[in-house]
Design a protein around this ligand. Structure first.
Ligand code: ZN
Length: 434
């Protein structure tokens, strides 16, 4: 695992915390000004290029939808009091609700209300993207308080031709081979799903821009599902460069880290993440690919079959706060969010340094003693090179095994194998194969 000192972690945490508080109140959806405002704020942390794809654009089997925007919404009782108020929580309005101004009876109103009886204090999150409808969400306790009578229903929204917006940060490395980091940003006031991911990729973007990179990196901030489909349709020429990828979401809850493998299942990204989790010192879960979840569904569709997994904490739907008002700023804790960030940084460190090498002295063991490589020796910076790591690297560097393969086979952490490889390279006992 990458180590950061406490001061660095504290600084990163305060930046992520500030960013999340700025993003939390915004009413986001798959299109609209909330999404644009989100990108504008993120742009203060990482330089994003913003793309606007017009409504009606064909993207594979889908069509870019009309744009939804909302200014205000409420349900007022007969005394004119707002009993449901969009200004208090944007979760109160079903996403993509159409414009309405009507007076309706309580029984008619109830057909458009959503609650969570099992969690009577929480407001659920609901959307109606592709169906012309309207609705409100509220806590079950508030629903119980509504008295018989008539209510004024007002949703000041527009659904018009416009655009689907997405943001992209491309960081050029030595090669055009890319690592894709995909993050959805279409949820309103929900923190773990998806603001935690936005905070993480912003810090990861800053970290990447400070490094001398082998791979190029592409961070995309997109609406879920339709955004990934649109991005793939509009960027198909970039797809062959994607060598590894991760979908970033649900990274700040107290649950253990969970890695959902790519459809390929044993791609280098799968191997790298599993390796990092194994040596993280924390318990973790590995789950196989399934065609349900986040945007890995699109990247791993058979026409692409990209090596894209999802490194998260508790998977969607498996924590009660998921898609409710309880997924708030208190639910995401900096301790867990920064732990996720360090794991992402460690995965990148493995990808950046992995490679296949050739032992230049493959017939019998080279004599290590005369090269100062025998015993626990001090290499550069007096770093102690593990003797077993040296033997494993020499033995398996036949052009068929990457350093990560060697680390896994030796049962040693990647960094030990990497240090051994560096020491052997300096003594001309190892050369880069690919
Ligand atoms: Zn979600």
């Amino acid at each position: 695992m990458i180590n950061c000192d406490k001061m660095t972690i504290d600084k990163i945490n305060s930046q992520m915390s500030e960013l999340m508080s700025q993003l939390y109140p915004i009413c986001r959806s798959i299109t609209g000004n909330g999404f644009r405002e989100t990108l504008r704020i993120l742009n203060n942390y990482i330089p994003l290029s913003v793309h606007e794809v017009p409504t009606g654009t064909a993207v594979y089997d889908w069509t870019v939808p009309k744009e939804w925007n909302i200014k205000d919404a409420y349900v007022k009782n007969s005394e004119g009091k707002r009993v449901i108020d969009f200004r208090e929580s944007n979760l109160h309005v079903v996403g993509y609700s159409s414009h309405i101004q009507e007076t309706v009876s309580l029984s008619e109103l109830k057909q458009h209300l959503h609650t969570l009886p099992d969690h009577p204090d929480w407001i659920p999150y609901r959307t109606s993207y592709y169906k012309d409808d309207w609705g409100f969400c509220l806590s079950h306790n508030e629903l119980m308080k509504l008295e018989d009578g008539f209510y004024e229903v007002f949703i000041d929204s527009t659904i018009q031709d416009g655009h689907l917006t997405y943001g992209e940060y491309y960081i050029k490395g030595k090669t055009s081979k890319e690592v894709l980091l995909s993050c959805h940003a279409c949820h309103p006031s929900l923190c773990n799903d998806n603001i935690s991911g936005l905070a993480l990729v912003s810090m990861l973007g800053q970290y990447l821009s400070s490094l001398s990179l082998n791979y190029s990196y592409r961070i995309i901030i997109i609406p879920g599902t339709i955004g990934a489909i649109t991005w793939l349709a509009q960027n198909e020429s970039a797809v062959p460069n994607i060598s590894h990828g991760l979908v970033v979401t649900c990274v700040g809850d107290p649950g253990k880290s969970t890695y959902k493998r790519s459809r390929i299942g044993n791609a280098e990204i799968d191997q790298a993440v599993e390796h990092v989790l194994k040596y993280s010192g924390n318990s973790y879960n590995i789950v196989d690919y399934s065609p349900y979840g986040y945007d890995e569904r699109q990247y791993c569709s058979p026409g692409f079959n990209l090596p894209v997994g999802c490194l998260q904490r508790t998977p969607h739907g498996q924590y009660p706060e998921y898609h409710t008002s309880a997924d708030n700023l208190d639910f995401v804790q900096m301790e867990y969010l920064s732990d996720s960030l360090l794991k992402y940084m460690s995965v990148i460190n493995v990808l950046e340094n992995n490679g296949c090498y050739l032992n230049t002295n493959p017939k019998c063991e080279p004599q290590l003693g005369k090269r100062g490589l025998y015993g626990l020796v001090g290499g550069q910076n007096d770093k102690v090179i593990d003797q077993m790591a040296i033997l494993w690297v020499l033995n398996l560097s036949d052009g068929q095994h990457s350093l990560l393969d060697i680390a896994d086979r030796a049962g040693m952490e990647f960094s030990l194998i990497l240090d051994a490889a560096d020491a052997l390279i300096k003594k001309d006992l190892l050369i880069k194969h690919f």
